[in-house]
Design a protein around this ligand. Structure first.
Ligand code: ADP
Ligand code: MG
Length: 715
């Protein structure tokens, strides 16, 4: 097999063999590349635009475009594309070639500043939630200077990819990037007010940093191709659990199988080439489940990188004869996949605002910003919950492996104690935070103790100098969760800033703000096990919301207080928010509609015939046996049992079909989504119970689908 066919190369080069330092970023038009290739004054202009200090002029764009074109063509690119994230949550791209006819039958390779900064995809088919009628379908993509351009290569060629934001002719946001960028600005503005009030005179801007940990499953393509449910919906709508599940916990952090290791090596290589700092990888809890985490970058670039990571997982898996499953819950009964969104705030001069330092108890900056997050998460818990509300994530949140649908924050003992002391007006004194754990074994060094311990069950955990938001679904774009988080924190910081700016004594004001804010909102802090029923009851006593399904969770988006929050910070208008709400509901309904359709199809055309033939064959055997005098044989009993379940299955499928047709007829988007949730999903579950029961009774080689043992254990 040539190395091209086998996988890891374009043009016969095996990139996994190239030293990482040479390879890293070789396909990324990064700031380092720009610094090297652009005239000094132009590079400075670009950085000023990245820092939000200036708008990009066409003259500057022309110079950058020329340099980008030269760089890309030298690396084999023939096309360029504006990448954008419409509200489908996927990445969209429209490819244009660089060629321009030269008039003499030849072509020139051209790429202007205008083409760099503005594209016009025919956007009429992307969901706009009524913002655009198709006759006025113009949509524009605009270069997002804060996320670097890169080259995407595949066996068929190389494309220059330019991350962009997507807006309508009238300037409305049609994507997930525009509000994210606006939310970063809003947060920066308010955080800078607080920093100035604290006496900081050096920082000019605050931005958010994000490092997403991505979970996924791998399955052998041979089995994947025989599962229409996986292919069409990303999850198995049927599947009986094998005798072994994840109970042995022998997969988590276990040795990585060779085939998977080869896949991971190539995945890393692909990511490194475009300058994505893929750092850690390991086996996850469920069989054939894995995780990859790159090092954090600014959140706009992190959003684009994560989209690319998801796409690359799937592409590279295919080259290795596997399929990468990004769905939140591909398999019932074993863990689903999430995406831990590690989020922090930093200044342009490198200060992490959540760095507790040596003495967190007297670190006003740390305490103020941390208190702001606590208040934001408590006040805007519903909004934060809604940012992860999808039909796929409904299978996860609240099931026993994922964080519950209740939003709470984990700090660990020492930090909680410090904050509690302030809230209760006790002198903070010296706490045990940041000290050293004495291991008491002389051969081991004393390990520095993190100010917070680990807690894997918290949906929002403070982990040292960042917060880890763990409710995000594995297939989701991280743009929306980060946007909502930024807006919520911006609002609280603006209120803190109002007080600080008016205060006569800064120190007193800081104390009072933290005391009042934390005192009122510490009910959202929970350091225990978030997966227990006890916590569900306790959270209810504390008055914390527990919204278990996406349809209810989404409704907060169109409340007047939510809309005014987004309008105050100029992140989304009422019209934009309402359209989004509509799109999310529709997406929810469509997803379940497809799953229900697949359920019916598989039950009727795969499961029923196979089970029926099998029962028929058993009955035939029983009849033959009766002819030689063997009566009441087990074959007859088994055939009868199967046939009884088939009768129930037959009825359940008919019921599902009826409720599905009713749901499809509902006009109102919210009522429709509710019907899918309340009627269609339970009807699908009924069908599943029968099918999974049959699977356990029918001979392996008579069952028409690969089972969980192949999907989960064979690689
Ligand atoms: P943990 O094991 O506690 O989850 P890691 O150090 O492995 O933490 O980091 C997990 C992710 O968090 C990585 O992507 C990492 O780059 C990211 N991360 C670390 N520091 C920050 C930060 N200041 N802001 C955003 N993400 C961060
Ligand atoms: Mg983690």
């Amino acid at each position: 097999m040539s190395c091209c066919e086998e996988c890891r190369c374009d043009g016969g080069i095996d990139f996994t063999k190239i030293p990482v330092t040479e390879l890293y970023g070789s396909n990324c038009f990064s700031n380092a590349v720009m610094r090297e290739r652009l005239p000094k004054n132009i590079y400075r202009e670009v950085v000023a635009v990245q820092n939000g200090e200036k708008e990009l002029s066409l003259e500057v764009a022309d110079v950058v475009a020329a340099s980008m074109r030269e760089w890309a063509i030298a690396r084999g690119a023939s096309h360029f594309t504006h990448l954008f994230q419409p509200l489908t949550g996927l990445t969209a791209e429209k490819h244009d070639s660089f060629i321009a006819p030269a008039g003499d039958g030849k072509v020139l390779m051209e790429f202007s500043g205008r083409e760099l900064i503005k594209g016009e995809p025919d956007a009429s088919s992307f969901p706009s939630g009524g913002l655009r009628a198709t006759f006025e379908a113009r949509g524009y993509t605009a270069w997002d200077v804060t996320s670097p351009a890169f080259l995407k290569t595949d066996p068929t060629g190389t494309t220059l990819c330019i991350p962009t934001a997507f807006i309508s002719y009238y300037g409305q946001a049609l994507d997930k990037k525009v509000p994210l960028l606006k939310s970063i600005d809003a947060l920066s503005k308010q955080a800078m007010r607080v920093l100035r009030a604290l006496g900081n005179e050096t920082s000019r801007r605050v931005f958010t940093t994000v490092g997403p940990e991505q979970e996924y499953f791998l399955v052998d393509r041979e089995y994947y191709n025989k599962r229409p449910d996986l292919m069409l919906t990303g999850r198995t709508v049927f599947g009986a659990l094998p005798a072994k599940g994840q109970e042995m916990e022998d997969h988590y952090f276990g040795a990585i199988k060779e085939r998977v290791a080869a896949f991971m090596r190539e995945l890393n290589t692909e990511l490194w080439r475009v300058g994505i700092p893929a750092k850690t990888q390991h086996n996850e809890v469920a069989p054939n489940q894995f995780e990859i985490a790159p090092i954090y970058v600014n959140s706009s670039a992190a959003v684009d990188s994560n989209q690319f990571v998801m796409e690359t997982i799937r592409n590279v898996a295919r080259r290795h004869g596997m399929e990468g499953l990004l769905h939140e819950k591909p398999f019932a009964g074993v863990n689903g996949s999430g995406k831990h969104n590690n989020w922090s705030m930093a200044t342009d001069d490198g200060i992490n605002l959540f760095e507790p330092g040596e003495n967190p108890e007297s670190n006003a900056r740390f305490l103020l910003f941390t208190a702001a997050v606590v208040e934001a998460v408590d006040r805007y818990a519903l909004l934060i919950r809604s940012s992860v509300a999808t039909s796929a994530n409904d299978h996860r949140l609240g099931a026993n492996e994922a964080p519950p649908a209740i939003v709470s924050i984990f700090f660990g003992g020492p930090l909680t104690e410090i904050l509690d002391n302030i809230a209760e007006g006790k002198s903070s004194g010296k706490s045990s935070a940041g000290g050293e754990i004495k291991l008491g074994v002389t051969s081991l060094p004393n390990l520095p103790k993190d100010v917070s311990d680990r807690n894997r069950t918290s949906p929002f955990a403070f982990t040292g100098n960042k917060f880890e938001f763990r409710m995000v679904g594995s297939s989701q774009s991280i743009a929306t969760p980060n946007t909502y988080l930024n807006v919520a924190v911006a609002q609280v910081l603006s209120e803190f800033a109002d007080k600080l700016e008016k205060a006569s004594s800064r120190n007193e004001a800081i104390q009072t703000i933290i005391k009042e804010s934390y005192g009122k909102h510490r009910k959202v802090v929970f350091n225990g096990n978030g997966y227990t029923d006890e916590w569900v009851r306790e959270a209810e006593r504390r008055g914390l919301p527990n919204v278990k399904n996406a349809v209810d969770a989404l409704s907060v988006l169109v409340r007047s207080e939510t809309i005014s929050l987004f309008e105050t910070h100029k992140v989304l208008t009422k019209e934009e928010m309402e359209s989004r709400y509509h799109i999310y509901l529709e997406k929810y309904s469509k997803q379940i509609n497809i799953e229900a359709g697949v359920t019916i199809e598989l039950a009727r055309r795969y499961i029923f015939p196979a089970s029926s033939s099998y029962a028929g064959a058993l009955a035939g055997e029983a009849a033959s046996l009766a002819a030689i005098g063997a009566n009441n044989v087990p074959q007859a009993k088994q055939a009868k049992k199967i046939s009884d379940i088939l009768a129930e299955l037959y009825d359940d499928v008919a019921k599902l079909e009826t409720v599905l047709a009713e749901a499809q007829d509902i006009e109102d988007a919210q009522a429709q989504a509710k019907a899918y949730f309340e009627k269609v999903r339970p009807a699908m579950d009924c069908v599943r119970v029968k099918v999974d029961g049959l699977e356990k009774m029918i001979a392996k080689d008579s069952w028409p689908l690969p089972g969980y043992e192949e999907l989960l254990f064979k690689l």
